[in-house]
Structures are given as structure tokens and as C-alpha cells.
Design a protein around this ligand. Structure first.
Ligand code: ADP
Ligand code: MG
Length: 260
């Protein structure tokens, strides 16, 4: 679905891989997708349907085989500081404190130290890490480390935040809390977010829009607007309305692999 004021615009983007044995795998086939500025969009689908491939194409980490991916009218040709990324494991520098890890961008790029520090303090506060600024990664739980990774991705004020299953290594309760905190961060920062997950519940809870992908070849099979008020709280998950949205996503996979 294309809209005229799209911020991220993907036009007939395809990606094929050749395996070592010479086999051609179509990871993504002719993806058309437009995302408006400031929206929170989730990509959901079973393992192998091309979610990470699509996210990496948007982030300029891999080249597409054909088609176009543009952000703010400019074709994506490689990674830029305008895009923040968060992966499943945050890969923090063990010899740096929380604050030093979060503000690492200020050492590398041409960023104003005070602005970065102020933003870091503000976001660490939102994710409940106030008072942990001088701790080292080894002193933090997995959930806290992922909070540090998310804050690090946001401090240089990227326009787009790309997240690839950032909570899937965490226990269920930590994951629930992080979803609520991420919503608060997003409401405070209003980034354009593309968030990959294989959890239907997570996809619906976080999103303004859920894009449903199916495998072989990876393609978009549904695009569902989630019209639930924010801020959303976890008890919403038990509501009838939430159940309807989750059901609308799930029906695509009833005959396929089992999703969470
Ligand atoms: P997802 O993130 O939805 O689990 P991926 O985007 O990682 O899926 O992968 C989509 C398909 O592309 C899979 O069949 C996967 O095996 C294949 N693929 C991904 N990366 C490569 C690669 N570098 N080389 C070969 N095949 C790949
Ligand atoms: Mg993946």
C-alpha cells in the first residue's frame, strides 16, 4: 500500500540469496510498503519469512536485488547516522559504564557532548535506569542491558529506529515491561519505528500498523491498522478488541508454522 506522504518508501523491492550449493533463495519478493513519519510499524511473520532481510535493506546493511528503498525521498545506499538499530543482543562494551556505552556516538561522530548527555539522561530515566549510569554491563540483567542498547540507538537522535526482535532473548515478564517502556520512549521521541517480531501479541501491542509477512517467497500478506488508544497498558491484551486484532494476524498462519 503506497501513500503520497510516505517517509519510508519501499517499491517492488526483492532480495535473492545464492546458497553455497548454488541454490537461489528468494528471501523477499516485490515488497511494496510505505511508512509515514512518526509511525510505529511492526513486521510479524514466522522464522525465515524475510523480516530481518527487509529490516536490513531499510537500514542499508544489505543491498537489494531489485526495486527501491528510500527514506525521506533519498535512496538508501548504506548505513547512515540517521538510522538507529537495535538487535537481539545489545553488544555493550564491557569496560565502559552505562553512560559511556550510551554516549559512545559522541566519541565517534560530530555530536555535541552536552546534547548527547542530556538526551541520554532523559531516556535512561524513561527506561528506569536512572541511578545506573556508572554501573558496568556485567552488573546489569539482560533486560537492563537491552534498555541500554535501545537508549544508545536513540541518543544521536536518528529519524528512524529499526529493531530486530530486541526482546526475544528476555524472559516473558521483562519483555512485557520493556514493551510498555518502549511505548513510553516512542511517545516521548516520536521516531519512525520499524520493529520486527515473531510474537503476534508483541506486534499488536506496540503497533500503529502490523505488516504481516509470509514465507517462500517472503511477501506482505496483510497490513492491519491497530486502532487502540495510547498509552496502552498490559491489561489491554485481555480485551476483546485486542483479541480481534491478534486473531486477524493469526489466521494467516493457522495452516503454517506455529507462532507464539
Ligand atoms: P527472518 O528474519 O524472517 O527469520 P531472514 O530475513 O533472516 O528471515 O531470512 C529470509 C530467508 O533468506 C531465509 O530463507 C534465510 O535462510 C535466507 N537468508 C537470509 N540471509 C541469507 C544469507 N546471507 N545467505 C543465504 N540465505 C540467506
Ligand atoms: Mg530474523
Amino acid at each position: 500500500m503506497q501513500s503520497s506522504n510516505a517517509y519510508i518508501r519501499i517499491d517492488r523491492a526483492s532480495k535473492s540469496f545464492t546458497t553455497r550449493s548454488g541454490e537461489n533463495i528468494v528471501a523477499l519478493s516485490e515488497i511494496d510498503l510505505s511508512i509515514d513519519k512518526g509511525k510505529f510499524v511492526t513486521l510479524v511473520g514466522p522464522s525465515g519469512c524475510g523480516k530481518s532481510t527487509l529490516l536490513r535493506m531499510i537500514g542499508g546493511l544489505i543491498n537489494k536485488s531489485s526495486g527501491s528503498v528510500a527514506i525521506s525521498g533519498e535512496e538508501v545506499k548504506g548505513p547512515t547516522s540517521g538510522i538507529g538499530m537495535v538487535f537481539q543482543s545489545p553488544v555493550l562494551l564491557p569496560w565502559r559504564t552505562v553512560m559511556e556505552n550510551v554516549t559512545v556516538a559522541a566519541d565517534i561522530g560530530n555530536f555535541d557532548r552536552k546534547t548527547i548527555n542530556d538526551r541520554a539522561t532523559r531516556y535512561l530515566n524513561i527506561v528506569g535506569l536512572a541511578g545506573f549510569e556508572n554501573k558496568y554491563p556485567s552488573e546489569l540483567s539482560g533486560g537492563m542491558q537491552q534498555r541500554v542498547g535501545i537508549t544508545r540507538a536513540l541518543v544521536h537522535d536518528p529519524k528512524v529506529l529499526l529493531m530486530d526482535e530486541p526482546f526475544s532473548a528476555l524472559d516473558a515478564m521483562t519483555r512485557d515491561r520493556l514493551q510498555v517502556e518502549l511505548q513510553a520512549l516512542w511517545m516521548a521521541s516520536r521516531k519512525t519505528v520499524v520493529f520486527v517480531t515473531h510474537s503476534i501479541q508483541e506486534a499488536v501491542f506496540l503497533a500503529d500498523r502490523v505488516i504481516v509477512l509470509a514465507p517462500r517467497p517472503g511477501r506482505v500478506v496483510d497490513d492491519i491498522t491497530i486502532d487502540l488508544p495510547r498509552p496502552r497498558t498490559l491489561d489491554l491484551i485481555n480485551s476483546e478488541e485486542f483479541g480481534k486484532y491478534a486473531g486477524a494476524v493469526r489466521r494467516h498462519f493457522e495452516a503454517e508454522e506455529v507462532l507464539q
